[in-house]
Design a binder for this molecule. Structure first.
Ligand code: FSO
Ligand code: SF4
Length: 553
């Protein structure tokens, strides 16, 4: 196996990347190898889908399915060998379908087939042993023995960035937002990456193209969420348990939460959000359910303790899932969509009866704890509504700086930086936050500036789109570029969704972003130097030193 896609990858002075019997996330070598073959087969699908576009052949079924299958290889999503294998077999059959359609169209047009790259001609063996034997030659770092390591690093930046975008495409599709132009772009990039490009400039340009494409994907997802559930409104959420039977819903998929809320109505079951599901409490069409009672727990890396202590059923709608056997709750956690763990019940379709029955059979919380309310719900519309008051406070000199402190959380001890940073920013500054990194400080009281809360929770990682809209509005009002605003982004990265958001910000020209706690291991020192120079990207040091630099004190 070889996998280097997330922050927790194994990194020793002599070797980088998870490459032994299992990754740090618990992904076995077998699953990792199967995922590599799946990704390579998907690159073949995209190669043919891209060729097909030239003959106006558009296969909606394949378009809708391909990013979803790619999403299954994202960190902490799918650990189930049978499911990965099934996706790979389906990919091979879709590839054959496209090959046939393109070949027929070319024959009709009397055009010869172009010289085909290996990825287009790859034949998936019909048994698992033969599939696994092929893994080294299709691995994501294939050719590393002879190819310049910067080339491999940029290929991985593009592949992992595209994987993050594919995840958001799937979240948008679930909410009925699809766009053939975006699918065409996705296939073009995915197919091209399958041909093992070696040109550093072309790869760098590709990473920017992925960033811009993802901006459109996040816009599409924002539309899907706000069309379906209304615009988030500032809302108070209780983060303490209430007595009674309970279901915990984690991950990013608001559609699943809605179905669970509908099906638990009148059943005396309290529904809680976990992790990236927290913003649900601010969407009118979700917050209207009185049995959506609160948020429980914190970020994904704490789930083995928090889920173990949750006395009800748990639903994992998307990343990040970790081994449920450790906390002994594998018999009361359920996976959805592309998420899977061997032996854990998987809910197909929209019927959550199994989850409800499980919750009813469990004790639930015995006591109600003293409530602790936090404020969330500063999505795009709420931020725009607050913008005139914010601008007014800036003009009066009461707000001097904006910080966006967020991103993915993780286990590393250095991540206390983000808690300390948020605590140390000057009192006359506002902090916007998003994604699961917010749990480092979102239960602290930051007070307000003349009625404007100092901590503004924008939402999930994909709601970076809303934060960008606020920055654009402020830049317009103050007649300057985004980089001239008194705005600093301090982002924590963990996995591929964060990678693509960073690419989006770079592609939009946002400079001077602080990132940490460590740099992605797939980027070489040379690539990091190029990125630092081109985008003025900085590594976090200490909150004191960084604040001094940022504020010029
Ligand atoms: Fe966190 Fe996991 Fe949203 Fe990520 S739950 S780490 S960026 O997958 O998705 O913030
Ligand atoms: Fe290692 Fe991360 Fe890959 Fe898991 S996803 S195998 S931890 S690099």
């Amino acid at each position: 196996m070889f996998c280097i896609q997330c922050e927790q990858t194994i990194e020793t002075p002599i070797k980088k990347g998870c490459s032994y019997a299992a990754g740090m996330c618990g992904k076995t070598a077998e699953i990792s190898d199967l995922q590599d073959v799946l990704v390579y087969t998907l690159q073949g699908v995209s190669y043919w889908a891209d060729l097909a576009q030239k003959f106006d052949i558009v296969d909606d079924e394949i378009n809708h399915w391909a990013p979803r299958a790619f999403f299954s290889t994202l960190t902490n999503v799918n650990f189930d060998r049978d499911r990965i294998l099934a996706l790979t077999n389906l990919a091979a059959s879709y590839k054959a379908r496209l090959t046939q359609a393109v070949t027929a169209a070319m024959t009709l047009a009397q055009q010869p087939l172009p010289t085909l790259p290996a990825v287009a001609e790859f034949e998936l063996p019909d048994n698992i042993d033969a599939i696994l034997a092929l893994a080294p030659q299709v691995a994501v770092n294939r050719g590393y023995e002879t190819i310049n390591e910067d080339v491999i690093g940029l290929r991985l930046l593009c592949l992992y960035g595209l994987k993050g975008a594919a995840a958001y495409m799937e979240h948008a599709r679930v909410l009925e937002q699809t766009d053939n132009a975006i699918y065409a772009q996705y296939h073009h990039i995915m197919g091209w990456l399958g041909t093992d490009p070696t040109d550093l400039n072309a790869l760098l340009e590709c990473s920017m193209e992925i960033g811009l494409m993802n901006y459109k994907v996040m816009e599409m997802l924002d539309l899907g969420e706000t069309n379906t559930f209304g615009h988030p409104v500032p809302s108070q959420v209780n983060v303490k348990p209430i007595q009674g039977k309970c279901i915990l819903v984690s991950g990013h998929d608001l559609h699943d939460l809605e179905k669970i809320l509908q099906q638990t109505e009148g059943k005396n079951i309290n529904v809680y959000t976990n992790g990236e599901m927290l913003p649900a409490h601010s969407y009118p069409e979700l917050k209207k359910y009185p049995h959506l009672v609160g948020n429980y727990g914190s970020a994904w890396q704490n789930q083995q303790i928090e889920f173990a202590n949750f006395p009800g059923a748990i639903v994992m709608t998307s990343n990040c899932l970790i081994n449920p056997n450790v906390g002994q709750y594998a018999d009361r956690i359920f996976t959805r969509s592309i998420v899977a763990w061997p032996g854990v019940a998987h809910i197909e379709g929209d019927d959550f009866t199994q989850v409800i029955d499980c919750a009813l059979a469990l004790d639930g919380f015995k006591h109600t704890e003293i409530e602790h309310m936090i404020t969330i719900g500063f999505g795009r519309n709420a931020l725009m509504a607050a913008a005139p008051a914010v601008i007014d406070q800036v003009k009066q000199g009461n707000i001097s700086h904006f910080f966006l402190v967020g991103g993915c959380d993780g286990e590393k001890a250095e991540r206390s930086y983000f808690t300390d940073f948020a605590a140390q920013v000057p009192q006359d500054s506002l902090i916007l936050t998003l994604a699961c990194g917010k749990y480092r400080f979102n239960k602290n009281n930051f007070g307000d500036i003349n009625g404007i809360p100092r901590l503004l929770d924008v939402g999930q990682c994909n709601d970076a789109y809303s934060a960008i809209q606020l920055a654009l509005a402020l830049a317009k009002e103050f007649d300057c570029g985004i980089n001239e605003l008194p705005l600093t982004l301090v982002l924590s990265w963990f996995e591929q969704k964060a990678i693509v958001i960073l690419l989006t910000l770079f592609a939009l020209g946002v400079k001077g972003i602080y990132t940490g706690p460590t740099a992605p291991a797939f980027l070489t020192d040379n690539l990091l130097a190029i990125i630092a120079e081109k985008f003025d990207m900085r590594s976090i040091s200490t909150p004191e030193a960084d604040l001094k630099t940022i504020l010029g004190a």
